[in-house]
Each structure stands twice: as C-alpha cells, then as structure tokens.
Design a protein around this ligand. Structure first.
Ligand SMILES: [Zn+2]
Length: 83
C-alpha cells in the first residue's frame, strides 16, 4: 500500500474489512467475530467482511503507513519536489 494521505484516510475510516486486509493491516482481537457478505473498505472487494474493531481498527497498519508517509514526505521535501 502506497504511503499516501488517501490510503491513511482509507485505513482510518474503514468500517468493514475482509480477513485478508484485517490480518495484513491490523491484529486479530476477536477470534469469534461474525462475517457477512459486503464490500471491504480497504481493498473494495465483495467478499466476507467483518467490523474493523475485530482487527483493532487496523491500528498497526495505520501507524506503519503514517510513519512511511512521514519519511516519504521528508524525502520528497529534500529532493525539492515539494514547496
Ligand atoms: Zn480487503
């Protein structure tokens, strides 16, 4: 996932996520979570989804993405492509 503001917002606002995205970006907090058919707010696939709370609201992925974005922004600034 590219470290863009768009993707940071996407993880932050995700309400329903599939298991793949949940495990990739978050930590499983509830083994017995119920899944229903719906659109994953992270990958946009129609699949079995559950609440993002099941994966600690994708907190780990959000932190990683924010850190990577900060680094990318600093590098861009140093390269003179920003400002
Ligand atoms: Zn997904």
């Amino acid at each position: 996932m590219e470290p863009t503001q768009q993707n940071v917002d996407r993880l932050k606002k995700a309400k329903h996520v599939c298991r793949d995205c949940g495990m990739r970006h978050g930590d499983l907090a509830d083994e017995r979570a119920l899944y229903g058919r719906g659109i994953c707010d992270v990958c946009d696939k129609l699949t079995a989804v559950t609440k993002s709370e099941t994966f600690n609201c994708l907190y780990r992925g959000l932190c990683t993405l924010r850190r990577r974005k900060g680094r990318a922004d600093r590098e861009a600034a140093r390269a003179g492509t920003v400002g």
